[in-house]
Design a protein around this ligand. Structure first.
Ligand code: AMP
Ligand code: GLY
Length: 447
């Protein structure tokens, strides 16, 4: 690939996409980067374009002679955007719709794990209606039972127990039930149609205890290489209190991921999954984001995501030393064995700033000031998510608006620097957690 020759299109509008855009833009191979639809801040780094449908994306790629499309979110992947682009010979980073079932159907993933001996929580799948009528294929050896059996199963297993809607439910389809009543309420809610088709079938899993880690690997369908680890903070408020969110902050690497543990995850979880998907005739290409629970009896898979994490990517991109573009291309072209990835040994940390009220109702349109002051700190990058430039003002239009992301020698220093930058931002209608990274700092002290 010639220097400064490539044109890349990124699909999505979040902090994850801004972080990818920022990193891709730094590649010496790249001439131009577009992001569709982008957000209020991505324009500092790349060109935003409005593309409303898959057809418009294809037409844009043809018109601009796009060399690579990088799909940020899971929904277009589950809907088959990668298949549509591949059919038109447009190189795309991201799995096919079939392979994207690893995120699109929790039951599918559990069945793969069972069939190929990949460590995960014990489970059973249940379905209310006729699987054929609901469009859900019976896969592998699973035997479904109706919802009455789901309730009986909850009774038999007792709490704590975990109830999951099978399909994509915008991060809301999971109930970690501490009582039997919570569990049966969750079964009734899911099967009662709360999540539409996503709840047409239910997975009931054993409760896992341990520490959660986000682990990333790139794969070309055959080879897989590690692509860093991070830890997210899913609850809205300090001390892991309050409602679940899309993620309020991250740090990378996850201190718990020793070399031995990383190898174990690759050997027992990632490689077997990549081999399994190839064997099932749906080779997985792209980034495999494993949500892991590090339990007393080793790492177990909680779930797969078929895309980069948000806000994990903000921290990962800050640490990534290598050019990302050859790695993305290798996943598409199947020569990942020739790629080497280097991360800086420093710590990255991302503090998400969200509109007050998030993840519930929040006011839209408040003005965010002080962004230049925050950007003035060395080793700080403010990634945008739910923002829009309006009459020269940066306004907040989404719940999570900013990801203040930093790089420093230690997690302590990163935390200090991140909050110094956060304090330079003047946004009275926003809030953030003040304890991103604190758990890691406590753990490092006891290691
Ligand atoms: P998910 O939507 O699959 O990411 O699940 C949301 C959260 O539920 C996870 O991040 C975990 O904290 C928790 N969770 C999911 N499955 C289990 C499990 N089997 N045991 C304990 N916690 C779980
Ligand atoms: N941060 C969790 C996710 O991207 O799903």
């Amino acid at each position: 690939m010639q220097t400064e020759s490539m044109k890349i299109l990124i699909i999505g509008s979040g902090g994850r996409e801004h972080a990818l855009a920022w990193k891709i833009r730094q590649s010496p191979l790249v001439k131009q980067v577009f992001c569709a639809p982008g957000n209020g801040g991505i324009g500092q780094d790349v060109i935003s374009v409005a593309l409303a449908t898959h057809d418009e994306i294809v037409a844009f790629c043809k018109k601009e002679a796009i060399d690579l499309v990088v799909v940020g979110p899971e929904i277009p992947l589950v809907e088959g955007l990668a298949d549509i682009l591949a059919e038109k010979n447009i190189p795309v980073f991201g799995p096919s719709a079939k392979a994207a079932q690893l995120e699109g159907s929790k039951g599918f993933t559990k069945d793969i794990c069972r069939k190929y001996n990949i460590p995960t929580a014990g489970y059973k799948r249940f379905i209310d209606a006729d699987p054929v009528a609901t469009g859900i294929k019976r896969s592998f050896e699973t035997k479904y039972g109706p919802s009455a059996n789901a309730l009986a199963y909850v009774k038999e297993k007792g709490a704590p127990i975990v109830i999951k809607a099978d399909g994509l439910a915008a991060g809301k389809g999971v109930t970690v039930a501490m009582t039997e009543k919570e569990a049966s309420d969750a079964v009734n809610e899911i099967m009662g149609g709360r999540y539409g088709n996503a709840g047409a079938s239910v997975v009931i899993e054993d409760f896992l205890e341990g520490e959660e880690v986000s682990f990333f690997a790139l794969t070309d369908g055959r080879e897989a290489i590690e692509f860093g680890s991070a830890q997210d903070h899913k609850r809205a408020y300090d001390g892991d209190k309050g409602p679940n969110t899309g993620g309020m902050g991250t740090y990378s690497p996850a201190p718990i991921m020793s070399d031995a543990l990383r190898r174990q995850v690759m050997d027992e979880i990632i490689h077997p999954t990549v081999r399994a998907m190839a064997k099932e005739g749906m080779p997985y290409k792209g980034v495999l984001f494993a949500g892991l629970m590090i339990t007393k009896s080793g790492p177990k898979l909680i779930e797969y995501n078929v895309r980069f994490g948000d806000p994990e990517t903000q921290s990962l991109m800050m640490r990534l030393d290598s050019d990302i573009v050859p790695a993305l291309l290798a996943c598409v072209h199947g020569d990942l064995d020739k790629v080497e990835i280097r991360f800086k040994s420093q710590a990255a940390l991302c503090v998400v700033m969200a509109a007050k009220g998030y993840p519930g109702d929040y006011k839209k349109g408040s003005v965010i000031k002080g962004l230049d002051a925050a950007a003035g700190f060395a080793n700080v990058k403010v990634f945008h998510a739910g923002t829009q430039l309006k009459d020269g003002n940066m306004t907040a239009i989404g719940g999570r608006a900013l990801g203040v992301t930093v790089l420093a020698d230690t997690i302590q220093a990163a935390q200090q620097l991140a909050y110094n930058a956060v304090d330079a931002i003047d946004w009275p209608e926003g809030f953030c957690r003040r304890d991103i990274g604190s758990k890691a700092i406590r753990e490092m002290e006891t290691l």
